[in-house]
Every structure is written in structure tokens, then in C-alpha cells.
Ligand binder design. Sequence first.
Ligand SMILES: [Fe+2]
Length: 286
Amino acid sequence: MTAMIDLHCHLLPGIDDGARDLPAAIAMARQFVDDGVILVACTPHILPGLYQNTGPQIRAAVADLRTVLQAEGIPLEVLAGADNHIVPDFVDGIRRGHLLTLADTRYVLVEPPHHVLPGRMEETFFSLTLAGYVPILTHPERLSWIRDNYALILRLVGQGVWMQVTAGSLTGKFGRDAKYWAERLLGDGAVHILATDAHDPRNRLPELGRGRDLAARLVGHAEAQQLVYTRPLGVIQNCEPHVISPPLREQASDAHSRADRDGHAKAGQRHPSGGIGRRLRSLFDR
Ligand SMILES: [Fe+2]
């Protein structure tokens, strides 16, 4: 089994809607290890009015959890990060230490509202990139407004914003729409990171390996490995984004057809594989 790195999970106990307590966090940590994950960024919510976590609190909680995991003999490295809800003064929040980047690198998770497109979202991302950060937009496939704003998502990618898709979206855990958009983003070469966004050991447990294997059917094994190990490692090492391989687009030879994903294809019917089929699909599917 190949090692994996998870850059988005709610493993810290009792700090948000993630692991309820320490036994739950330990159970999740064991699930990570069983799945092949060797390192996670603990990324609890920082959401004004609901989860008032701060950088210093999260760092302390990560240090405590690391001690527990070592005492339990669980070989999982934990680093600090945050699932930072988008706020107008985002850059200032990072500089003040209130918001956290991933492992103190230039890479930072940014979570937009699920059901409302923020009015000045592009400005926020622009200010982050201007300040030298690489924003990683969390789970675009699960945002209800992606349907009407897919071009915006692709435009952000072109402007240097990374996209993090949730492994459970590929398994169908978040429903048909999330699965469709996850696969479409992957097919369009717009996904940089696959992560668990795991919250508990039962309903939203870590299952990065299943997500990786499903992604491999769309974009090939090498790109799937980029999604769960190579690019996350580059993040942890704070590599400049231009030295990290960009996402590959859908592989013609082993991809599911997009029409199948749209539900437009007749049962049992598949698009022709190969370059011609891919080009034909691209004409009709955009
Ligand atoms: Fe999250």
C-alpha cells in the first residue's frame, strides 16, 4: 500500500463538529493508519460565531494529540492547520496568527459558504495570492452554487487557486450532485488535492484510499498518487506551486464517460474510448 497524506480533517477532539472526544480521535487515527495515511493536517473549523477556534488553540491541541498518539503507539504524524471560513480580512487574520495556513506553509484552506456565493470571493482569493499565499478552496463539488458558477471555479484555478475535492464525494457519500461535480472537476484537470474532511469514526470516517482508487479510474494512477501524496507532500514542504505538477486531465483510455456521469447515456451504453471519443465529448459537454 502506498503512503498517503491528508490535508483536511477534523481529528482534534472536542474543538468543532469533528471528533467528539479523545477516544473518537484515537479511533479515527487508527483508521487513518489502516488506510495507509502517514500524516494528517488537523484542520478544525474557524468559523466566526460558531467555531471560535484560533491559531494558538489549534497548535496546542495538535501538540497534545501528538503526545497521545505517540503514547498509544499510533504511527500517525499530525500537523496544525485550519478549515478557515472565508472572511473579508483573511490575509490579516493569517498575519495575526488567528487563522492558520497548512503546517505554517504558504498553502491555506479556504472554506466558502455552502449555499451562498460570497459577493467578493474573487477579491479575497486575489488578495491572498498577492500576499504570496496559495489558497486551497475546500470541496467545491459540495457547494450548491457550483452548478451556476462552474466557470468561476475554473477561472479561479487559472488564477492560481487550488481545489480540494473530498474523497467521500467520489464514493457517493455526499449524493449524486457532489459525485458528478467531483468527477467533472477531476476530468477537467481542476483538482489539486484529494482529502477526507473526516469528522468522526463512523459516518464521516477517513477513506482516502477508496477516493484515490476511484480517482485513478478517471485520471490514472499516477495523477491519483499526486492527489493524495505527491502534491500534499509538496504542500507540507512549502514548495513553490510552479515546481509542483499541475493536475492532469481525464485519461481517455480508462475514464468513465461524462455522459454516463450526467445520467444521459442509455443503460449499458458507453462512449467510445480514445482520443476521438474524448474530443467528441468535449464538444457536447461544455
Ligand atoms: Fe472541513
